[in-house]
Design a protein around this ligand. Structure first.
Ligand SMILES: Cc1cc2nc3c(=O)[nH]c(=O)nc-3n(C[C@H](O)[C@H](O)[C@H](O)COP(=O)(O)O)c2cc1C
Length: 171
């Protein structure tokens, strides 16, 4: 059990944002594992208001480049979408972006767990993404997850974190 805990923590500590991918494709089996861990993510009231598009064809990757400067040559991009109308809401707040974020976090950590490098991308044009991929009305692309195999070993911003003292207050 302790070994498993240590391994999990190692995955969390070692994961970093990859900004230079080799062209090598991620095997289908790995893509399925990443998707499966996304499927298991918790969502508010278990509404599961999300849908994931898997982009691997050259035509689709070219469209990603039209909507974002942040593909970094990744051969695989997941578009994590969520529905505002299907998500839990109390009339004031709506959980669709939080739900999508948890799904994406599960996917990104599973990717790192199986040796697939990855990055979370928010810098993309949501409206244009809907248009170029014909994403249905009511479904909003929330996060892009470019994935593949790193062409470099390090990311400049990894390990630059505030201290717990700065981030936490016990009250
Ligand atoms: C919500 C969110 C949005 C992000 N958007 C982008 C982005 O659009 N482009 C990019 O290159 N990195 C993006 N990142 C990656 C962050 O810059 C990165 O996680 C952070 O600098 C810490 O570095 P690390 O992931 O290597 O530890 C994003 C990360 C998060 C969590």
């Amino acid at each position: 059990m302790e070994e498993k805990q240590q391994y999990f923590e190692e995955v969390l500590r070692n994961r970093y944002s990859c900004r230079k991918f080799k062209g090598d494709m991620v095997p289908e089996e790995s893509i399925k594992k990443i998707l499966e861990m996304g499927r298991l993510a918790p969502t508010a009231k278990n509404k599961q208001p999300f849908h994931i598009y898997v982009v691997t064809k050259a035509e689709g990757l070219a469209k990603i480049d039209e909507v974002s400067p942040c593909r970094y040559n990744a051969p695989l991009v997941f578009i994590v979408c969520a529905s505002h109308d299907e998500a839990w809401s109390d009339g004031v707040s709506n959980s669709f972006e939080m739900d999508a974020s948890i799904v994406a976090t599960h996917m990104l950590l599973e990717a790192s767990n199986i040796g697939v490098d990855n990055i979370w991308v928010e810098m993309f044009d949501r409206k244009k993404t809907k248009e170029v991929f014909n994403i249905p009305e009511g479904l909003m692309p929330v996060i892009l997850l470019p994935m593949g195999y790193s062409d470099t070993s390090a990311s400049p911003m990894h390990n630059t974190r505030k201290t717990l003292e700065e981030l936490v207050t016990f009250i």
